[in-house]
Write a protein that binds this ligand. Structure first.
Ligand SMILES: Cc1noc(C)c1-c1cc(NS(=O)(=O)c2ccccc2)cc(C(=O)O)c1
Length: 130
């Protein structure tokens, strides 16, 4: 195995831990699974690229993320989807928008604190080459 394959394995171990922490926070419950298209029947009319934390965990296992930035892009997608699908002044829409912004900020903060910045730079260089 190449040296960079060991780096990417270390990245996967790190991202699984981040994903687990986010998915186990009760505040982010609505983002843990794909939106149920039987329950939310017009979801795909409005949201063209659904995303959720379970799907992200699968993407980690399938080596889809080569750096933390790519992982955070999917977190930002979860948040953007929730803001787009739930835009109204109702309390339920406001609540899910608040939860979505909290998920986004928590994820960025967790990675900022726990990730060595040089390691992320090395991963982003690998990502560019792939
Ligand atoms: C996410 C999301 N984005 O737009 C909307 C609207 C939601 C969303 C989706 C669901 N129901 S769900 O079956 O798709 C589901 C349940 C548990 C975990 C993950 C998804 C419930 C709620 C709610 O407010 O209770 C909100």
């Amino acid at each position: 195995k190449r040296k960079e394959d060991y780096k990417l394995r270390e990245l996967r171990i790190f991202l699984r831990d981040i994903c687990r922490k986010l998915a186990s926070n009760r505040r982010f419950y609505k983002f843990t699974k794909p939106v149920d298209l039987e329950e939310v029947t017009d979801y795909l009319d409005i949201i063209k690229q659904p995303m959720d934390l379970e799907t992200m965990m699968t993407k980690v296992d399938m080596h889809k993320y080569n750096c933390a930035k790519e992982f955070l892009d999917d977190i930002d997608l979860i948040c953007a989807n929730a803001l787009e699908y739930n835009p109204d002044r109702t309390s339920s829409d406001k609540q899910i928008r608040h939860e979505a912004c909290s998920l986004r900020d928590h994820a960025h903060a967790l990675i900022e604190v726990e990730m060595d910045s040089d390691f992320e730079i090395e991963c982003q260089d690998i990502a560019k080459r792939r």
